[in-house]
Design a protein around this ligand. Structure first.
Ligand SMILES: [Zn+2]
Length: 191
């Protein structure tokens, strides 16, 4: 069976520094493994920043100690504001595994996911998010602060600041007919 920590190093990014190869066998604990994968996310963040792909964020999806998918933030590269590292990594992971449910996977990131990425991870059913830093630490150093958006989402829909949400009158029956055509039984997350 492949050594999980050696596997992290073996799948290192081109042109990046390996996470840490000076790991003694006795140190190869679960925590050490999490550290290696998280360092890999930091390497992706740095590599993407240097390549001009986007802001310095990286994400790595792991299943059973094996790399499934990884990404840097590609907002600049794709000219797509949704191309955060986690979003790109999730898309690559479902493609790699050929399924939408990633409940046997974990994701490693260098910074706490924004609400969009958190939601994407939620919809995949991934087990756990491992982050190198807290949202507060990220905000303090970079000024990137998702707290306002998280706070807005915590309010009732009618009370949210941006964008406001309105229900359009006169089309509810059409919407209901569409839902009913699909049916509402037996569908689970990701279906
Ligand atoms: Zn995000």
């Amino acid at each position: 069976m492949t050594d999980p920590i050696e596997n992290v190093a073996a799948t290192r990014l081109p042109g990046t520094v390996p996470a840490d190869e000076s790991v003694e066998p006795s140190q190869k604990s679960g925590q050490r493994l999490h550290e290696c994968w998280t360092k890999r996310a930091i390497d992706l963040a740095r590599a993407g920043m240097h390549a001009g792909l986007g802001r310095p964020f990286g994400a790595v999806v792991v299943k059973d100690g094996e790399l499934v998918a990884e990404a840097s933030n590609e907002v600049y590269k794709q000219n797509d504001p949704t191309a955060h590292a986690e979003m790109v990594a999730v898309r690559r992971a479902v493609t790699a595994l050929g399924r939408r449910n990633l409940s046997d996977c974990d994701i490693y990131v260098n910074g706490m996911p924004c609400p969009m990425c958190y939601s994407a991870i939620y919809w995949t059913g991934m087990r756990r998010i491992y982050s190198a830093s807290t949202a507060e630490q990220l905000a303090e150093i970079t000024g990137i602060d998702d707290a306002e958006l998280y706070a807005d989402l915590a309010r009732p829909p009618q009370a949210r600041m941006k964008p406001p949400i309105e229900q359009v009158p006169g089309v509810l029956q059409d919407a209901i007919a569409c839902y009913e055509e699909w049916g509402h039984r037996g569908h689970t997350r990701g279906s």
